[in-house]
Design a protein around this ligand. Sequence first.
Ligand code: S3P
Length: 426
Amino acid sequence: MIKEFYKIESVNGELNLPGDKSISHRAVMFSAMAKGISRIENLSDGDDVNSTIFCFEKLGVEVERVGKSAIVNGKGFKNFSKPAVPLDAGNSGTTARLISGFLAAQNFESTVIGDQSLSKRPMARVIQPLRLMGAKFETNQQETLPLKILSGANLNPINYNLPVASAQVKSAILIAALHCDEISSVRDTFFTRDHTERMLGLKVSNDSNSKLIYSSKEFYPRAQEYFVPSDISTASFFIVLALLLKSSELKIKNVGLNPSRIGILKVLKEMGADIKSENERESSNEPIGDIVVKSSQLKNIEIDEQIIPNIIDEIPILSIAGLFAEGNFKISNAKELRTKESDRIKSLCFNFRMLGLNVDEEESGFSVSGEITNRNPVFESFDDHRIAMAFSILSLLLKDGGKINKFECVSISNPNFISQLKQING
Ligand code: S3P
């Protein structure tokens, strides 16, 4: 489906956005693993989290969705049933990678599959450490999905140094380790998002260069109530829109303000953005608050390598902010962008070239300069929700608007993106 956007003048008002995708996946998984009833409030309504629910239903877990909440009747330690069909993770890397850690410890065989995009994304990064723990897999030469996980593994604990900045890999190992009596540890030098450790209450020791996270059976999840904060990654599309339009002021309520996720706010503030957080508090062991954002004049800055893992999902929309900021936008040291729902370096460069801009594409980043010359752009989403939403925001800022091809993929994280835009466009 091609979606057309026209220029708008300003946005104002208040928004309540869906629950954070990363936290929602984990809330469903940990509720499914715990014995008994858990309740999850403000669960993400995106297709990705539905893929996680679907997989656990196939493993015998009952999940009832009531509006924005879900009630999960969890199975408890190793009480799951062998799935009769392959477990379809759809487009969701978090589902495929985290569930692999869980399945590696079950005493039945299972297969994880995914859509075309997910079937190209690297799984070796989770297969390798799980094999070191004793898990047995059958896969193709490239070690991509489908992934067959053979039964009967009694996993051994592991001490693992994370070789890649991936919270999904870290979490897959920590989840597998929940099935071992003895303690495992994962060293994370990248300070990736820490929802798994917070939600499981894992033991963590910090030094200035790394974090060491411990996991074992002692931390196996218990049934509980979760409140999922609204998704900072989803909020960032609306934040950038309000910053770049004139006479705009937006309040986004109950947004997750976890330090491992708010790099986007830090970078935008350094660029000159007027963003404030208020009503800050804790909910389900996650910091949360309301974000107030006002129209601002932005200037491009040098983006530090250290902050890349913290802003990895927001780089598409950050590059749109950079396009309208003084100076040229440049991102480096972000090779991981090539392993996302699309090769995001390629997708972003393609769409910027579509506008007639000069684009310098490198292996781990790109820079953009020049003037927009194409007044009738048709952007490609590459079936990537964050690319579709980033260029929708850009289209709302262009004099003659713009179109997005294959727009429907926004439902991966935010099926109600359009109605939220309508709500704030006075
Ligand atoms: C996620 C981790 C990140 C992120 C993804 C969600 C998670 O992926 O890009 O959207 O929930 O753990 P990587 O672990 O591949 O960096």
